[in-house]
Structure formats: structure tokens, C-alpha cells
Design a protein around this ligand. Structure first.
Ligand SMILES: Nc1ncnc2c1ncn2[C@@H]1O[C@H](COP(=O)(O)OP(=O)(O)OP(=O)(O)O)[C@@H](O)[C@H]1O
Length: 303
């Protein structure tokens, strides 16, 4: 098996008496888009800062692209594109000057590549950064992360605060990066952006991993609200007994219920009647995500 793009074992980071990470095991395979999800304060930014050697671990092991961020930091930076959650730029220099400077630090980036990204995001490179709007400064951040075509993109809460146009382009760029075989590690507390792009999702809480799953797997386990309209009234009891089906109500010819996991049994039961309409809410990982938490909290309360 290929060496992981990111590998941490028992990663601990304490900030004085505060616990940032309490033993994080993380494995990101090369070429995948990995969504790193968790609520505020879970330890996402701490993890990312450790991967980039911006801070040092209290204990545990970190490998990034097969290297040690602490020893091989300079060489690693050239192979990584990083977009900080709080990416801030300012100054008299133009966007082009800043991007050229950053590009040179990473071994040089073709001008045409920067131009193409800027054109795509509708960013004027000739204007001084201090005169740019917040949205345009964010575009500078996106360009600097992608411009050197890095093997690994590390994106900390990348779409928070992006306008819908930029969000759309950004997610397209993530998908393209994957198509080119790059690895993307993206933190978020917004399920929808991860749902659209990630192959796998790791959910972190209180400084450790709560669960790791493929996005389809999470979807399959997700809870949906389903509404079926029949030609004739149906009996609620017939549907309430089905696996995964609960909260069944029937109003005339319309059946509403909650579906946990696979739709198979419900679909087959509905097919025994004449179904004239079917509405199924796309499952939201958010609900599943908080489902995990409450389940975990419940376990803790019992313990
Ligand atoms: N510099 C610091 N000093 C003290 N405690 C810190 C510091 N940085 C983070 N922490 C603590 O470590 C924990 C994890 O924080 P972290 O910023 O990594 O979470 P996060 O998941 O990135 O959250 P957010 O989405 O809010 O950025 C929190 O309890 C936080 O209070």
C-alpha cells in the first residue's frame, strides 16, 4: 500500500492546561479528498498547524508526504498548498507582486498559471492589496494555495466567508485537483461542502477522532424524511413495521415517515400499492454528525 499523504499517531497538543489534541490518529491516503469535520474548538486548526510545523506536538508522531514536518519543513512547503482559516493579506504591493514573491519561495510558479487562476476567479492582479475588497483578498488566498500545483492541499475552513460564486469555483478547483491525482485535506464545520467533494470524512471532537467513514456510507446511514402519495389510502401499520421506518403518519393518501438507512424495504412495500408521487429529502450529514455526538454523549453519561 502507498505511503499515506498524512499520517498521525497518538498526536497530543496541550496549551498550558488547555487540551488541544488528546491523541489524534489520522490517515489520509494519497489522491483522496478528506473532509476533517468537527465543531468549534474540536482541534481542527491545531491539527493543521501541527501538520505544517507552525506549532510542535506535545507527544505523538506526524508524517506528511512521507516526511517529518519538523525536519523537512522547507522542502515540504513546496509540495503543499495551504490556505489558513484566517488568511490575511495587506500592504502596498500588488496581488501579482505578492503572488510572485510567494511563488519564488516555492521554487517558482509560471506567470501563465497565476494569470489563469486569477482570470478564473476574476481577480485583478495589478491592484494594490490594501485597496482590494475582502472577497478579492480571499481570492488571493485561494490562488496562492493552488498556484504551484501542490501534491497536497491543506485547507482550513476554506469556504467560510466565500461568496457563492467563489465557493462554487473553489469546490470545482478541489474536484479538479483530485482528478489530477492530488490529495486534499479540508477542515470544515459545514457538512454540505464536504458532502459535495470529499471521498472520506473524519469527525473530530474533543481532540480525537470520533469516526471515519466514506461519504456514501454516511449517506446510507443517514436519516431522511420521506413522503409517498398513493392512489388509494394506505394502512400506517403496514409501513410502521418495516426496518428503518419510524414516525409513520397517514393523511388520506399521503404517507410520511422517517427513514433510517436503506430505502429498500420501504420502496418494495410502497410498490405493492399504486404510488403516484415520491418525495425524499436529501440526507444531511449535519443530522448524522450531531447524531454521533448525542450518541457519544449518551454513552459518556451512562459511564
Ligand atoms: N493558542 C492556544 N492557547 C490555548 N488554547 C488553545 C490555543 N489554540 C487552541 N486552543 C484550544 O485547543 C482546542 C482546539 O482548538 P482548535 O482551534 O484547534 O479547534 P478547531 O476545531 O480548529 O476550532 P475552530 O473551528 O473554532 O477553529 C480548543 O479548546 C482551544 O480553546
Amino acid at each position: 500500500m502507498a505511503e499515506p499523504a498524512i499520517h498521525t499517531e497518538g498526536l497530543v497538543k496541550t496549551y498550558g492546561r488547555n487540551r488541544g489534541l488528546t491523541g489524534l490518529d489520522l490517515r489520509v491516503e494519497p489522491g483522496e479528498v478528506y473532509g476533517f469535520l468537527g465543531p468549534n474548538g474540536a482541534g481542527k486548526s491545531t491539527t493543521i498547524r501541527l501538520l505544517l510545523d507552525l506549532i510542535r506536538p506535545t507527544a505523538g508522531r506526524v508524517r506528511v508526504l512521507g516526511a517529518d514536518p519538523r525536519r523537512d519543513g522547507v522542502a515540504l512547503r513546496r509540495r503543499i498548498g495551504y490556505l489558513a482559516g484566517d488568511f490575511v493579506v495587506d500592504g502596498r504591493q500588488t496581488a501579482r507582486e505578492l503572488l510572485t514573491y510567494l511563488g519564488n519561495l516555492r521554487g517558482g510558479v509560471p506567470r501563465a498559471r497565476v494569470d489563469a487562476l486569477a482570470a478564473r476567479l476574476d481577480l485583478d492582479l495589478g491592484r494594490p492589496i490594501r485597496g482590494l475588497s475582502k472577497g478579492n483578498r480571499q481570492k488571493v488566498g485561494v490562488v496562492q494555495a493552488f498556484m504551484h500545483s501542490p501534491e497536497l492541499l491543506i485547507l482550513d475552513e476554506p469556504t467560510s466567508g466565500l461568496d457563492p460564486f467563489l465557493q462554487h469555483e473553489f469546490l470545482a478547483m478541489v474536484r479538479e485537483a483530485r482528478a489530477e491525482g492530488r490529495t486534499v485535506f479540508m477542515s470544515s464545520h459545514v457538512m454540505s461542502e464536504v458532502q459535495q467533494t470529499a471521498d472520506r470524512v473524519g469527525i473530530v471532537r474533543d481532540g480525537r477522532m470520533v469516526t471515519v467513514a466514506r461519504v456514501e456510507e454516511l449517506r446510507e446511514r443517514a436519516v431522511r424524511k420521506v413522503e409517498v402519495t398513493f392512489a388509494e389510502p394506505v394502512d400506517a401499520a403496514e409501513f410502521a413495521a418495516l426496518p428503518g421506518v419510524s414516525e409513520v403518519t397517514v393523511a388520506g393518501t399521503v404517507l410520511r415517515c422517517r427513514l433510517d438507512g436503506r430505502a429498500d424495504a420501504l420502496v418494495k412495500a410502497a410498490a405493492a400499492h399504486t404510488a403516484v408521487g415520491l418525495l425524499c429529502e436529501e440526507p444531511d450529514l449535519e443530522e448524522l454528525f450531531f447524531g454521533y455526538y448525542s450518541r457519544e454523549e449518551a454513552t459518556r453519561a451512562v459511564a
